[in-house]
Write a protein that binds this ligand. Structure first.
Ligand SMILES: [Mn+2]
Length: 402
């Protein structure tokens, strides 16, 4: 057998992004469009990689009653896929369980939504064999149930795919709870799951995979989001994760040891411009770290609000870097002096770090070590910054300043 398919889930098309719009309606528009853009990228990927099949494992829409605009964008994508002969198999999730009552359009041929009451089965011919797809849409209030009896494999030589929108582990949960054991006990080669928003390969024998969402929706959904492109050749299965997000949620630590107010402001603007990318908008949380003489000023004054509003100014283009929050995780500079002079182990560590800072021979050796460790990282090595972060980390780990 030689075929490939794309496994995606939790598209959440039409998500409103409430809360952000209050500060900037233009930004809210970018965020809402991010889901549509990511979906178009998914369709582009399926077509450019000529997959045999697209699987969408639930929560295609953010709610049961998607707007006409949202449905049109989805239908256009389906039409592009089916025009290229790529079938799409869909199960519904907890967000769009009652979708079928609210669709404006008939689904194109080759698009299948699997039912809720019993496991639906589709067979598909591919090069050198047949794929069996078994799936079940999410049903509100569905309790834990036995899967082995209802997911029944047919021909042993076919490749068997199971589709479920479910939560794993929490057996008393209300989102169609299942266990890894239950899934493994079914004779299925690849479980294409939906519900969890970060990509996870929970098992490789059989494959039990959450593709995650295609677009993060808040500060808890950090990092790349996308889908798995799964290639099967003979019995060998290969998973390739592809980014699809159009807006990236990310956190960055910024060490402001020894910075004055001007340097703090400059470094925040520099950071923004360093991260800016024409590929994606960025929702950025900055955590200020290090020993800072600004510590009490940062904690007590509300100038940070003023700085944030300036950082947000003119961030309305598609390559925006929007500061969501600035976290103050600095420690007072005086604390460092106090701990440095203490007679305990932590004091020894801090004093050794200071000695190492001054020892030029030692630094050459250290640079060699760091260069090996940091191979592939493009940022230039700044030894002083590394020493400062090491001291900060040592104090955190050894319990100083609590
Ligand atoms: Mn979801």
């Amino acid at each position: 057998m030689d075929f490939s398919f794309l496994h995606a889930a939790d598209l959440h098309l039409g998500s409103p992004f409430v809360g952000i719009g209050k500060s900037n309606p233009k930004l809210q528009e970018h965020l809402q469009n991010a889901y549509f853009k990511s979906f178009r990228k998914l369709v582009d990927l399926a077509i450019s990689r000529t997959v045999d099949l697209v699987l969408l494992s639930g929560d295609i829409f953010d709610d049961d009653r998607p707007s006409l605009q949202t449905q049109k964008i989805f239908r256009d994508g389906l039409n592009r896929l089916t025009a290229k002969g790529i079938p799409v198999v869909i199960i519904l999730g907890n967000h769009d369980a009652d979708l079928l009552d609210n669709l404006y359009f008939a689904l194109p041929e080759k698009v299948h939504i699997l039912g809720t009451d019993q496991v639906d089965h589709l067979a598909m011919q591919v090069a050198g064999g047949t794929i069996d797809i078994f799936g079940l849409s999410f049903k509100p209030g569905q309790q834990a149930r036995e899967l082995k009896g209802i997911f029944k494999r047919g021909q042993p030589n076919n490749f068997a795919i199971g589709m479920l929108h479910c939560e794993i582990g929490n057996t008393s949960g209300t989102y169609a709870p299942v266990t890894i054991k239950q899934l493994s006990d079914c004779d299925i080669d690849y479980w294409a799951l939906g519900h969890v928003h970060s990509p996870k390969v929970l098992s490789e024998n059989p494959y039990i995979v959450y593709s995650g969402t295609i677009q993060g929706s808040n500060k808890n959904e950090l990092g790349s989001k996308g889908c798995f492109l799964v290639s099967v050749k003979d019995q060998f299965v290969n998973l390739e994760f592809n980014d699809l997000h159009s807006v990236l949620w990310t956190n960055v630590d910024l060490d402001i040891s020894n910075f004055d107010k001007g340097e703090l402001v400059d470094s925040l603007f520099d950071l923004k411009n360093r991260l800016r990318s024409s590929e994606q908008g960025i929702m950025l949380k900055v955590n200020l770290t290090g020993f800072s003489q600004l510590n009490s000023w940062l904690l007590e004054k509300d100038e940070m609000e003023d700085i944030i509003s300036e950082l947000r100014r003119e961030e309305e283009k598609e390559d925006f870097v929007w500061i969501t929050e600035v976290g103050i995780k600095t420690k007072p500079a005086e604390l460092y002096t106090e701990l440095f002079n203490s007679k305990d182990f932590l004091g020894d560590v801090l004093r050794l770090l200071e000695v190492a800072k001054l020892d030029k021979d030692n630094q050459m050796d250290l640079i060699k070590v760091f260069e090996e460790v940091a191979a592939g990282i493009e940022d230039e090595l700044d030894l002083n910054e590394i020493f400062e972060q090491a001291a900060f980390k040592a104090i955190e780990l050894l319990g100083g300043g609590d």
